[in-house]
Design a protein around this ligand. Structure first.
Ligand code: ZN
Length: 280
């Protein structure tokens, strides 16, 4: 691994008073979660969809909740069960320990819907889930019910067909079918209220951090859906801020920032070792 980059990264973390974490799909891959990049990887994780000729983009569409609810809940129920039973990797703990060094703590900006940052101890008011979260539900009947928690919801899946077994999750207010509060493709019905509240919290935090030295650590955020990368580059474009981009496939970084072309877990662990070595 690039020793100069590691040293620079360790220095940036040591000198910072605020930590902004950006996370994309690559962060979850190191916990063993499937990568939805490309049909081959997706169909390897979910063989029944290959037979049906359905790829990730066609499945992640709200139309299935109207047209074929057991198919829709087969896909999202399987993911809910998978995210619940998968323990987040050690890299989350490393980031949490860095956040504890900072006067202003940390804020997480993630496109992942798995809730793994909160599960590893990040405060819920310090996480913005820009594509929503699988642990929140919304009504498909548009009855104006508020979002409700998926906690305690059990979804049984027939894995040979990837269909969910009845009864499917229902809105507690009107009884209509519920769906996860995740932003899908062509999704004009997504309830963005929770995300908007998190976003307001992020801007308050950024204002409070002001011009204090800030380090941005971005893990596994690709260019296919570049929301996380753009956000991190935009915030990092400031003399007192340094971006550390950890990305095995797309490590390119704006001039003056730091790039590590490795996986999230490996990169975070290596920087953390460097930090320990230098201070010990
Ligand atoms: Zn409802």
């Amino acid at each position: 691994m690039d020793q100069n980059a590691l040293q620079e990264a360790a220095e940036a973390i040591r000198g910072a008073q605020a930590l902004l974490i950006g996370a994309g799909a690559g962060m979850g891959v190191d916990s063993g979660l499937p990568d939805f990049r490309g049909n081959e990887g997706f169909w390897k994780a979910y063989p029944p969809y290959q037979k049906l000729g359905l790829d990730f983009v066609s499945l992640a569409n709200p139309r299935w909740f109207r047209d074929d609810p057991t198919l829709a809940w087969g896909f999202y129920g399987h993911r809910l069960n998978l995210y619940r039973k998968t323990p987040p990797h050690e890299g989350f703990r490393v980031l949490l320990s860095w956040s504890e060094r900072m006067t202003h703590g940390a804020f997480v900006f993630t496109s992942n819907v798995d809730g793994h940052f909160q599960r590893m101890g990040f405060p819920t008011n310090r996480v913005m889930e820009v594509h929503g979260a699988i642990d929140k539900m919304q009504c498909t009947g548009l009855c104006e019910a508020e979002l409700f928690s998926a906690e305690g919801l059990q979804i049984s899946i027939d894995e040979s067909t990837m269909r969910a077994r009845e009864p499917l999750p229902a809105c507690p207010r009107c009884g209509a079918l519920a769906r996860p509060n995740i932003l899908m493709f062509n999704d004009w019905e997504w309830d963005h209220s929770a995300m908007a509240q998190q976003e307001a919290g992020l801007y308050v935090w950024l204002r409070e951090a002001g011009s204090s030295p800030m380090v941005l650590v971005e893990c596994g955020a690709g260019t296919a859906i570049p929301t996380v990368r753009h956000f991190c580059e935009q915030v990092a474009d400031h003399p007192q801020r340094k971006l550390i981009r950890i990305n095995v496939r797309e490590p390119e970084v704006p001039k003056g920032h730091i790039s590590l072309a490795v996986g999230a877990l490996e990169g975070l662990g290596a920087i953390d070792e460097y930090l320990a070595k230098e201070s010990g």
